[in-house]
Ligand binder design. Structure first.
Ligand SMILES: CCCCCCCCCC/C=C\CCCCCC(=O)SCCNC(=O)CCNC(=O)[C@H](O)C(C)(C)COP(=O)(O)OP(=O)(O)OC[C@H]1O[C@@H](n2cnc3c(N)ncnc32)[C@H](O)[C@@H]1OP(=O)(O)O
Ligand SMILES: Cc1cc2nc3c(=O)[nH]c(=O)nc-3n(C[C@H](O)[C@H](O)[C@H](O)COP(=O)(O)OP(=O)(O)OC[C@H]3O[C@@H](n4cnc5c(N)ncnc54)[C@H](O)[C@@H]3O)c2cc1C
Length: 661
């Protein structure tokens, strides 16, 4: 699509784009993280878009379960080959965002890239990396991360798969003792992978040392047949991500060499002696790494959905605002703006938080190399909180965008249903959100109780700021609103801690008191993480060196985000005195003003996300706004339209209609 050729474009969209009062390219660079990154993303996307191998013969929704899998495997393999062939040597992990949309509904290599390789990087020692890292990066072996079992996903300590060390032959014996110990869910495990990292309970010298990672060959490298002692299969259709072959796995006393235990952090020596790690949760590192990645992935899903909903809302006309006048664009309804524009604001919130989190991750990783694990709990808490809020915000945001498109948003060809199912699974995988938020709450209560002790953990240092509990601000600057979030979080933590203490003082065991307070604890964790997101948003926009136009747009989006979230949880702000009922009413009014200010820029802001039509894959969201023709053309692809009268008519309908004659 030639974006300079207005003649092919819907007139509403042309008018919207003429209202733009900021430099779109500059905003695109901010979204990508710099000019160089924009150029790189575009280069990769150009490479993919122009390649006919990535086209589907028929829309995926008309394919069988098997065909979907094999079609996406074909494209995934081609993608890997293509990226490997590039002279510039693409780093697939760095460039993962550029690939969004090219593979549809998950893909069989997803967990190989996002967990198996990172597990080798983070859990294998240098000899082990020598043996497996290069091979997995070159895709000579394909792996997955097999942790979850039929009986346990959340509670990693409850896993039942056993790895028992036999010092006489220096081997581990992997065994699945019960049906509930069957590995269940790992992506690509069913039919694609020939290796995997298995999390299993380590037994040596008669003792259990808890879950540890082991690398296991599952299939013969020549024939791809599963090895003796190993039962493998695929678990069947799911709500989404159906192009992936999530699988099951059972071991029947399957032996692997001692050196297949990933030994970067803990070891089992030849005689069976266990050497413990620097920190007992280092074996959970792969999950933490991916949680950080999920925040960025969620912001991309939301960019897709909100691009579709905003463009469609500019093209779609319905009903009337002024009686008797022409039907307005639905984007002119304030209620429609309230659905769509806060989701645009949310995209930037997630982008800026993801960047801040990834910086913290890099510094924690650097410290770990020097044997310093002090900031691991801080990273665990932040990555858990941000994974939880980003996945729930993005899922809700995508769903709101779908609802904002009325009936057409329900159609597969809008690409909103698949975007939703592909996003909502992030609420569950890589740590179910409630469980992760309770981990954050645990860290908050612990930090609150150790006020005065220097931990170096900056995200919770505000808990020591007791003076702010009393100081309700009368100013409404963005900074002041961020302070209100801080006050609300601090006061919820103080309330939860007091409630816990009271129950304990009344004689309850701490763990019962914890469960009894867990709804409030969840709120603490959400408020704390929301405060973190708001603070990063405000600081990033405030310190941004940008043109006036771009800065104004981002300031308004940031302010909208702050006010939107205050109104959603206003009870917490009132309860702690951070804001008065009058303040809330004023802010609600200002939110409507902000919607009106941002309304004329909405299409241009989503244009700045710069998602090519070929990747957006939506009849409703295409650049030129030619929505109705596309909807019609897509409908014609339905196999039911191959004939005027379907076979089923003769088989079932005709006999029914004639039965009463
Ligand atoms: C580099 C490239 C990356 C690219 C990424 C791109 C992303 C793309 C998008 C997605 C792509 C792929 C899809 C992924 C598919 C999904 C795969 C999966 O789902 S894999 C399975 C995931 N499973 C889980 O996440 C399980 C969740 N459960 C847990 O993590 C743990 O069970 C628990 C943390 C809830 C509890 O653990 P437990 O051992 O029981 O802990 P205790 O209660 O005894 O102790 C808590 C104690 O430990 C600290 N802790 C916990 N975890 C950590 C950690 N990781 N690091 C540091 N510390 C940790 C915690 O803070 C507590 O400390 P205390 O001091 O005791 O309070
Ligand atoms: C699409 C998809 C892909 C996946 N890919 C992989 C993969 O590649 N590898 C892999 O190993 N796994 C994978 N998983 C599994 C996933 O990690 C688990 O499903 C997830 O960790 C949740 O665990 P669970 O299913 O045991 O849920 P459960 O823990 O049984 O959750 C059920 C309910 O119980 C609640 N609950 C549980 N524990 C607590 C608690 N302590 N406090 C309060 N409430 C609690 C939860 O909040 C939830 O409401 C995948 C899952 C999905 C959906």
């Amino acid at each position: 699509m030639d974006k300079n050729n207005e003649r092919e474009c819907n007139e509403d969209l042309i008018r919207e784009r003429r209202k733009c009062n900021f430099n779109i390219e500059e905003l695109t660079n901010i979204v990508d993280g710099g000019k160089a990154r924009t150029a790189r993303r575009r280069e990769i996307q150009r490479l993919l878009i122009n390649d006919p191998e990535f086209l589907d013969e028929i829309p995926q929704d008309y394919m069988s379960h098997e065909d979907r899998y094999s079609n996406e495997l074909r494209k995934s393999a081609h993608l890997m080959q293509k990226l490997a062939d590039q002279e510039s040597g693409h780093d697939i992990h760095q460039d993962i965002g550029a690939l969004t949309g090219i593979l549809k509904d998950g893909n069989p290599l997803m967990v190989h890239l996002s967990m198996f390789i990172p597990a080798i990087l983070g859990q294998a020692n240098s000899e082990q990396q020598e043996k497996w890292l290069g091979r997995s990066l070159r895709n000579e072996i394909i792996g997955t991360y097999a942790q979850t079992e039929l009986g346990h996903g959340t509670f990693v300590r409850g896993l039942e798969t056993r790895a028992t060390y036999d010092p006489t032959v220096e081997e581990f014996v992997l065994h699945t003792p019960t049906i509930t110990a069957t590995k269940w869910w790992p992506g690509g495990l069913g039919k694609t992978c020939n290796y995997c990292v298995v999390m299993a309970q380590l037994y040596t010298q008669g003792r259990c040392y808890g879950p540890h990672p082991f690398i296991v060959q599952l299939r013969d490298e020549e024939t791809h047949r599963s090895l003796p002692g190993i039962t493998l299969g695929e678990i069947g259709p799911r709500l989404g991500l159906n192009s992936n072959d999530n699988g099951f796995l059972k071991f029947e006393n399957h032996r692997i060499p001692r050196t297949n235990m990933l030994m970067k952090h803990s070891q089992v020596l030849k005689d069976g002696t266990y050497v413990k790690p620097l920190h007992n949760k280092l074996s959970y590192g792969t999950m933490m790494l991916v949680r950080v990645g999920i925040v960025g992935a969620c912001s991309r899903s939301l960019q897709y959905a909100v691009t579709i909903a905003t463009r469609y809302s500019a093209v779609r006309h319905q009903s009337e605002i002024v009686p008797g006048q022409p039907e307005p664009q639905i984007l002119d309804y304030q209620t429609q703006q309230y659905k769509v524009i806060p989701q645009i604001a949310s995209v930037f919130a997630l982008i800026f938080s993801a960047r801040s989190l990834s910086k913290i991750q890099s510094s924690v990783t650097a410290k770990l190399k020097d044997g310093n694990t002090d900031l691991l709990p801080e990273l665990h808490s932040l990555s858990s909180g941000l994974k939880a809020l980003s996945s729930s915000d993005a899922s809700w945001g995508v769903e709101v965008c779908r609802l904002a498109c009325g009936g057409h948003g329900y159609l597969a060809s809008s690409n909103l249903p698949r975007t939703y199912t592909g996003t909502t699974c992030a609420i569950t995988y890589e740590g179910e959100n409630t469980v992760l938020l309770l981990q954050v709450a645990r860290y908050l209560i612990k930090s609150y109780r150790s006020i005065g002790k220097e931990t170096g953990a900056s995200s919770v240092s505000y808990l020591a700021d007791q003076t702010s509990l009393a100081s309700s601000s009368s100013s409404f600057s963005n900074k002041a609103l961020v302070q209100a979030f801080k006050l609300s979080a601090l006061s919820l933590v103080a309330e939860a801690e007091a409630r816990l203490q009271k129950l304990c003082d009344m004689g309850q065991e701490f763990y019962h008191a914890w469960n009894y307070c867990s709804v409030l604890l969840l709120k603490c964790a959400e408020a704390h993480t929301r405060y973190y997101i708001c603070e990063k948003y405000e600081q990033t926009v405030d310190s941004l060196k940008a043109s006036e136009g771009v800065k104004n747009v981002l300031q308004s989006l940031c302010r909208l985000y702050l006010i939107y979230h205050i109104t959603l949880t206003h009870g917490d702000f009132l309860k702690c005195g951070a804001l008065t009922p009058r303040n809330i009413a004023v802010l609600e009014g200002e939110m409507c003003d902000l919607l009106a200010v941002l309304r004329p820029q909405a299409v241009s802001i989503v244009d700045a996300f710069d998602i090519p039509d070929e990747l957006l894959g939506s009849t409703l969201g295409c650049w030129d706004g030619n929505v109705y023709q596309r909807l019609y053309d897509e409908a014609l692809k339905s196999p039911l339209n191959k004939t005027d009268v379907p076979d089923a008519y003769y088989k079932y309908l005709l006999p029914l209609m004639k039965s009463s004659l």
